[in-house]
Write a protein that binds this ligand. Structure first.
Ligand code: IMP
Ligand code: MG
Length: 215
């Protein structure tokens, strides 16, 4: 169960990007012209994101594919991850002998049975713990959490998702539906944001390049 105090096995960390990971030169890839000057480097190219999600889908089906699954997408940042994950889950289901009933919903509270929460990034873990506690009220049979990214941060409350795509340094990332003030959702790849200037969310600083993003 997500959030238990049990230590996650190392493979549970997903693909680990070390703090000194320089990323790829932006000039080696294409990205929308209006973001020229805003980005630092390519953190994870789109192809690798999608390939990693294919493997997560396989792991998820192996673990919980015998249940009817409700995939619960956490908007807005989780929508690309959710769409690609569901595509892969459907492919596996189509090509297997087992019939897996799968429904997709967006966060909306009602009675849930077997829930797979799909989130873009776990930072401190506070968002996910709050969400889990509100879902627990509805007494689901099972709740699993899949997060595309998990940040290595001293501010973590040690929450670990059941399925993690990539473990990344404590930097602010954009693209693949993750935003910075609603910008960059249309970027296919994941990138560091270049600006040291910051915006505020709940009156707190949220973004700075290569520096931890304080909450
Ligand atoms: P937490 O509560 O610190 O775990 O933060 C999780 C939430 O903050 C995510 O659902 C995102 O919406 C947002 N967030 C955290 N880090 C980033 C980032 O690097 N880029 C975009 N959104 C982020
Ligand atoms: Mg999110």
């Amino acid at each position: 169960m997500a959030g238990s105090s049990e230590k996650a096995p190392d493979s549970g960390r997903g693909v680990v990007l070390m703090d000194n990971w320089p990323g790829y030169d932006l000039d080696l890839f294409t990205y929308p012209q209006h973001y020229y000057g805003d980005l630092e480097c390519v953190l994870i190219p789109h192809g690798i994101i999608v390939d990693r999600i294919e493997r997560l889908a396989k792991d998820i089906m192996k673990d919980i594919g015998y249940h009817d699954i409700l995939v619960l997408c956490v908007l807005k940042g989780g929508y690309k991850f959710c769409a690609d994950l569901v595509e892969h889950l459907k492919n596996i289901s189509r090509n297997s002998d087992r019939f897996v009933s799968m429904k997709v919903d967006f966060i909306r509270l009602k009675s849930y049975k077997n829930v797979l929460i799909v989130e873009d990034v776990v930072g401190t873990g506070r968002t996910m713990r709050a969400l889990l506690s509100s879902i627990e009220k509805y007494k689901p049979n099972m709740v699993k959490v899949a997060s595309l990214l998990v940040k290595r941060t001293a501010r973590s409350d040690s929450f670990r998702p059941d399925y993690a795509g990539f473990e990344i340094p404590d930097v602010f990332v954009v693209g693949y539906a993750l935003d910075y003030n609603e910008y960059f959702r249309d970027l296919n790849l994941l990138s560091f944001h270049r600006r040291k200037t910051v915006s505020t969310r709940d009156n707190q600083t949220v973004a700075s390049t290569f520096l931890p993003d304080p909450d």
